[in-house]
Design a protein around this ligand. Structure first.
Ligand code: HEC
Ligand code: HEC
Ligand code: HEC
Ligand code: HEC
Length: 165
């Protein structure tokens, strides 16, 4: 009787643990996708990557890419202006990314993260694996904004290293 009871308990417990584990995994998965890697803006990279930051802000046109929108927006509808954001700002429509000039001024302009991906996890961990870095940055990333024909008209290597730092 006792043995049966213990056996039953074990089975129930086993199932509960299994169910618990499944739940935990589900929660973990939803949380990682909720507490996803957020965009944080180029300014957040400055302290640890000063040289890259200085070079980028001084020399890359991306660092001023919102100006292009400002120049033209008087001639565009509000809806048309929104179509520019995907390429001329950082992380538009993504967690932490650009929403509008007032609420996310740091994300106007195309920053470090358009190439290196969202930096939220990396600025916490300081782990190279948490950022799209050396050897993992391919031209696929550029093609989201620079069309394939454009990219391939150049030699891949010099272009990959162009417009950066
Ligand atoms: C698919 C990505 C993409 C979209 C969408 C986009 N742009 Fe651009 N834009 C670029 C890229 C890339 C360049 C750099 C030019 C080049 O070398 O090809 C650029 C360059 C420009 C320039 C020239 C900047 C300069 O300094 O000479 C202006 C102006 C401009 N874009 C305005 C706009 C406006 C306004 C919109 C929205 C109506 C827009 N762009 C939408 C990718 C885009
Ligand atoms: C136009 C795309 C682009 C932008 C924007 C960009 N980078 Fe990079 N970055 C690269 C490329 C390409 C490499 C070299 C990757 C490789 O060697 O495989 C690189 C390498 C790096 C490295 C490692 C090597 C090194 O030079 O120390 C760091 C750190 C870095 N970038 C930081 C930054 C920071 C900080 C910003 C913004 C201030 C930034 N990057 C903006 C493309 C970019
Ligand atoms: C608190 C400090 C810190 C901040 C903030 C920081 N990084 Fe880093 N970053 C590091 C360290 C540490 C490394 C590893 C250097 C090494 O291993 O040589 C690194 C490495 C990198 C690399 C090279 C990865 C590779 O493949 O070797 C890139 C690219 C990079 N960071 C980009 C960024 C960007 C973009 C930002 C801003 C969103 C940023 N970092 C913010 C500390 C930081
Ligand atoms: C989120 C969109 C986006 C991505 C991703 C992107 N770029 Fe750009 N890039 C732009 C825009 C927008 C401009 C033009 C800025 C302006 O002139 O206003 C530009 C300009 C440039 C230029 C012109 C020269 C200069 O000084 O900036 C080069 C070169 C360039 N990008 C290379 C790259 C490379 C290489 C990659 C990938 C590693 C890349 N870009 C990824 C949006 C992007």
């Amino acid at each position: 009787m006792l043995q049966n009871f213990l056996f039953l308990m074990k089975r129930i417990k086993g199932r509960q643990i299994l169910a618990g584990a499944v739940c935990a995994i589900c929660i973990l998965l939803t949380q990682t996708s909720l507490a996803e890697n957020r965009y944080v803006g180029s300014e957040a990279c400055r302290d640890c990557h000063e040289e890259a930051y200085e070079n980028f802000t001084k020399f890359a046109k991306k660092a001023h890419s919102f100006e292009a929108i400002k120049k033209m927006r008087d001639h565009l509808t509000a809806e048309e202006v929104k179509t520019c954001y995907g390429c001329h700002t950082t992380g538009y429509g993504e967690p932490g990314g650009f929403r509008d000039e007032n609420s996310t001024p740091d994300m106007a302009n195309a920053g470090c993260e358009v190439c290196h991906g969202p930096g939220g996890n990396h600025i916490e961990s300081e782990d190279a694996d948490d950022i799209i870095g050396i050897g993992r940055l391919s031209k696929d990333r550029c093609e989201k904004c620079h069309s394939r024909e454009r990219v391939e008209a150049f030699n891949f290597k010099p272009l990959l290293h162009g417009g950066a730092h």
